[in-house]
Design a binder for this molecule. Structure first.
Ligand SMILES: Nc1nc2c(ncn2[C@@H]2O[C@H](COP(=O)(O)OP(=O)(O)OP(=O)(O)O)[C@@H](O)[C@H]2O)c(=O)[nH]1
Length: 239
């Protein structure tokens, strides 16, 4: 931490809690670290569940984004992230069929929890990672769309191994969705692709909802401001 600027959190600045869930090895840590540091990691400690924070300025609005990189292990306390998160990202690898099925299980678990706690407006996102490995693809994009539709989720395909913007778009898309659901997003920043059917019927599961792929239609965010992070995890970081 030495030499890093540590920003004080204040009650005036909004905070959003995002939890990443998914099978082992799908890239939850890689996506988290890429988003926080703009770097891609090759080695990591898979057993540690941890939370990171990034200070952001999106569309002129200052905020703190807290990201929980969860651990997919038997005995994990799911309530820890289920209670904590303002939005969930169920990650799978497009190169791994079982991880897609696991993402479905997570969507189901989260959906049941949200329904039982009357939190149906809490955003869910389905995230297909590793699109840089297209030649090994096992999950067609349409399958991702279909599954996302079943749970009325946002849907993204991305990669932690290439440009930062691929990852930033996913995290910002999810934050925008939280803001929309809370009525915090100014009308001039509301994208046109939020359809009326969502406003009319707010239950899940229902028809597909897409956001992540319409990169050019979304407002461009400003460059991020310096972040501070709570690094307890033993990462090796490579440029
Ligand atoms: N090519 C490629 N490799 C990736 C990508 N994302 C992650 N990886 C690699 O996949 C492996 C697993 O990534 P992690 O980020 O540790 O996966 P995880 O989901 O956090 O796994 P656990 O911590 O075990 O739950 C690592 O070797 C990463 O470098 C990606 O987008 N493309």
């Amino acid at each position: 931490m030495s030499g890093r600027k540590v920003l004080q959190r204040s009650g005036n600045i909004p905070e959003y809690n995002l939890a990443l869930v998914g099978a082992l090895g799908v890239g939850k840590s890689a996506l988290t670290v890429k988003y926080i540091t703009r770097r891609f990691i090759m080695e990591y400690d898979p057993d540690i569940e941890d939370t990171y924070v990034k200070h952001e300025d999106i569309d002129g609005q200052e905020m703190f984004i807290n990201v929980m990189d969860t651990c997919d292990k038997e005995g994990t306390d799911t309530m820890r992230y289920l209670k904590w998160a303002d939005a969930f990202m169920a990650v799978y690898s497009i190169t791994n069929r079982p991880s897609f099925e696991k993402a479905r299980d997570y969507l189901d678990l989260i959906h049941q929890h949200l329904k039982a706690n009357s939190k149906e407006l809490c955003p869910l996102a389905l995230v297909g990672n590793k699109i840089d490995l297209e030649r090994y693809r096992q999950i067609h994009k349409d399958e991702g769309h279909t599954l996302a539709g079943e749970y009325d989720c946002l849907f993204f395909e991305t990669t932690a191994a290439e440009e930062f913007e691929y990852v930033e778009d996913v995290f910002h898309g999810v934050v925008h969705e939280i803001q929309r659901e809370r009525g915090e997003r100014p009308p001039h920043l509301q994208p046109l692709f939020i359809s009326e059917d969502k406003l009319a019927s707010r239950g899940r599961p229902k028809s597909p909802r897409s956001a992540g792929e319409k990169k050019d239609e979304r407002p461009q965010s400003k460059k991020t401001s310096p972040s501070f992070k709570l690094f307890n995890k033993s990462f090796k970081i490579f440029n």
